[in-house]
Design a protein around this ligand. Sequence first.
Ligand code: ADP
Ligand code: MG
Length: 682
Amino acid sequence: MNTLFDPVRYVKGVGPQRERHLQRLGISDVYDLLWHIPRSYIDRTETVKIRNLLVGEVVSITGIIETVRTSVSSRRIAIIKAVIRDDSGMIPVVWFNQGFLKNVLKPGLQIFVRGKVNLNYGQMELSAYDYALIGQDKTDADPGIDPIYPSTEGISQKVWRQMVRNALERYATVYPDIAPPGTKEELGLLPARQALWGIHFPARWEQQELSRRSLAFEELFLLQLAIRREQKSLRDPNVKGVKNTEQDDLVSRVVGGLKFSLTGAQKRVTAEIFRDMEEERPMNRLIQGDVGSGKTIVAALAMAKAVSSGYQAALMAPTEILALQHYETLKKVFPPDIRVAILTGSITAKRREEILTGTAEGHYHILVGTHALIQESVVFKKLSLAVIDEQHRFGVSQRALLGQKGFLPDVLVMSATPIPRTLALTVYGDLDISTIDEVPPGRLPVKTVALRESGRDKAYQFLLKQVKRGRQGYVVCPLIEESEKQDLTDATALYQRLQAGVFRHHTVGLLHGRMKPAEKDRVVDDFRRGEIEVLVSTTVVEVGVDIPNATVMIVESAERFGLSQLHQLRGRVGRGAEQAYCILLGNPRTEVGLKRLKVMERTNDGFEIANEDLRLRGPGDIWGLKQHGLPELKLTDLWKDSDLLHITRDIAAQSVSLLEESRTIQQLLNKKYPRTENIAAN
Ligand code: ADP
Ligand code: MG
């Protein structure tokens, strides 16, 4: 019998070699192939004559390939340039970074291209987004909408279309409908099997959109069921929480020792946390607060309460740099009789052993570390509070803490990227949320400008001027996953160039992900102490680093970053009383890219930025979600489909019995949400 989980080689047209290629893209069974969603489409029903092209427009043309030339840019990116002719004229079309196309694009072939008309030294040129070879990629010659798949070298779009078509023909009928009967009809949505056809091979755009929304329903419903499943496993009546009852005045001693007074928002959120901690029910609370809103001190007060009540507290950070920074903050805010330890990868085995023993015996009151702290299941004598500084990387499951001495500690998750409340609630299930919606007084909003790359010299001169006044600055280079090595050379080269050039009379430092933790710590420390004046860094500096004297941030190739990520980065400056500046350098190639940078210029409000980010991101573009550590939703457009968030949440609440009764649902859940520790629900 055909099942959705048949190995992908059962699909006609998939041989051993293609199977290997597919596996590289994470496609191992039929389900994966059916959910390999087109990244875009080309609509061959509307094309423009070459003679009528206007600079700046995004258009589609069809014509014959005249010539093809290959070259390499100064940044070692392959450039393919093909001249295309139709009955009205000719235009060069360029593809960047797709060297393999030289074997695909051949003179004489009829081609369809969608792209943007740019000027290159006064000459019109089409910068290609997508293309299709007519008569090759499409079996019939009719105008239509063709899917374009995310691909890897070795599989052409033509092959993709064939494989997916074959998979649909044989398997679409066995695709189960998991929603309770009647629900989708009522919402005007298509059954999954029909929607899958419609997303891969739409006849019209309306059909594509309806199919997308129908499949978004499938995704969200499954996600909701996964959350329910997670919650069920936590609702074990044998697992109790603890009541924290303060035994001394530690909390007021900590508050009294601060160099500042708490903001109203900090006080309110602290009170909400304290109320939770006094109850026996385990706390599960998210503190949401924009970068620089002062979450750390709130967490420190919660830890003070736990310690004062006779328990231990743990603080987990996403990176070692941050863990170290938190450790230093805690050492400063707690009186010396409170013993704080830090567990990182860079301490000696002997010290590590001491800390583990000291924690198990209750000698240490507070233990700081990276997320590995709970993954390695460090044993505490009596842990009552775990603070997880996730910044925007959610995903540590509370379940990982269950091993602690028969009770569940209170959990406090700190997040810097405000995600809209509906989304947070949906994704976190029953999590309570506190929002620090106020920044400490006296902070000046960071002034942001987006400049074209031609403004680079000006930007660096500006930074130089600030450095001469005793300020410090960051220069951030993008990190592209596929070519970490390349980025490293970029960052290193930039570092060398700046040190030898503009900043030759100053000290430049370099920070990147490939460095050993101890090296990173040293660099950040030197920067903190002002010995490094300009820090060139990849995005490792993105989370949480708190160095108030740094007042300028220059971001290279800013168009390659997501909005929330830019906001995070920008949060590294403007943490002191001085005016801070953020300069975004980049030549965005798309409209959306341009809009993004404009949003950054316009506002410093993380919440607004998060919303804009949701709005500007189209369906299928889930980069931002991944950044939130949320499970991948391929087709859900969290902006357009926000109603479905609520609807599926309700339906899932009424369908919990399916978790036990429906084998299909179990299979789908196990497929999409294997039971690891990182399901976002906790
Ligand atoms: P985030 O919320 O981004 O984690 P931090 O907790 O790192 O922010 O705080 C940012 C900076 O603001 C720190 O230097 C901290 O000491 C300072 N800070 C926190 N609360 C206040 C306050 N109420 N008044 C003045 N400064 C504060
Ligand atoms: Mg922080």
